[in-house]
Design a protein around this ligand. Sequence first.
Ligand SMILES: [Zn+2]
Ligand SMILES: [Zn+2]
Length: 350
Amino acid sequence: MIETKGYAVHEPGSDFSEFNFERRDVGPNDILIDILYAGICHSDIHQAKDEWHDSMPTTYPLVPGHEIVGRVVRVGDDVTKFAVGDLAGIGCFVDSCRECVNCKQGLQQFCFQRAVFTYNGVERDGVTRTYGGYSNNYVIDENYALKVRPADDLRGVAPLLCAGITTYSPLKRFGAGPGKKVGVVGLGGLGHMGVKIAKAMGAEVTIFSTSEGKAADAKALGADHFVVTKDPANLEPLAGTFNIILDTVSADHDINPYLGLLGVGGSMVVVGVPEKPNTVHSLSLIFGNKTLAGSLIGGIPETQEMLDFCADHNITADVEMIDPSRLPEAYDRTVKADVRYRFVIDMQNA
Ligand SMILES: [Zn+2]
Ligand SMILES: [Zn+2]
């Protein structure tokens, strides 16, 4: 077995403490990764606090982390994709059945037998619990690990594994590109990736935000327009003008005003998860042949495509680095949306 040092919460709301555990030995198709950086995703916080109890109850101790970049330090005998010394990434899941129709299409996140989540999951053996990237290493089947190119800023690559793919996949699916108008609702961890990626795809990008204070950031991130949504009058002149609206907001809000901004054939995609359901009148979709859609991360092939796209376009997340002792502060500030735009834990000296 492989000795691992991680940082775990032991009950809802408890602080992180050092937690030693074992990962499986490196099998013929596995690689062992020494973790360099792990991003803090809002879903880490929800699960640390067991806030998704009804759909995904948390089993403690919990070591979160599914935005992982590290270096390969050991490879199994049959591994072909990686060599020792390569960089590798791990996203939200680490295995799946490989046989169902969704797995066969490379949409492993929708595996009929449920993908094995990177943490708070159970391996395919049915007993081994998974622990995430707030730790110093990970053992993963090479087919579920991503190739990471050496970049100047590997710290900013880690958040691509969740925030990057969450925004890339729907932008690609709904055709963001030259001549297309894309709106991004919310300028947080997801929103700031959405802007960078949509711009790199060639679209004209507008950010919708409740905070006036983010105008300068929006511009720095490359957005063409910034709209403060507190005043509904700001939205009126934009009615019927957007091809795609990517809604990244997880706070309760009404999506109907945004549906009104879509042009004929336009699509609105939600990736945030507000607590309260939204009510949409069918006519809001019928008039204008509009689509209201959702999107969940991406499969392995598309996640690799996204990493390659970001490397080609020099896209990384804007990050604030912390060491594990600052996890409580980082959690508090992430909940308050007081981070520009993702916390990343430096695991090298942890
Ligand atoms: Zn995530
Ligand atoms: Zn499957």
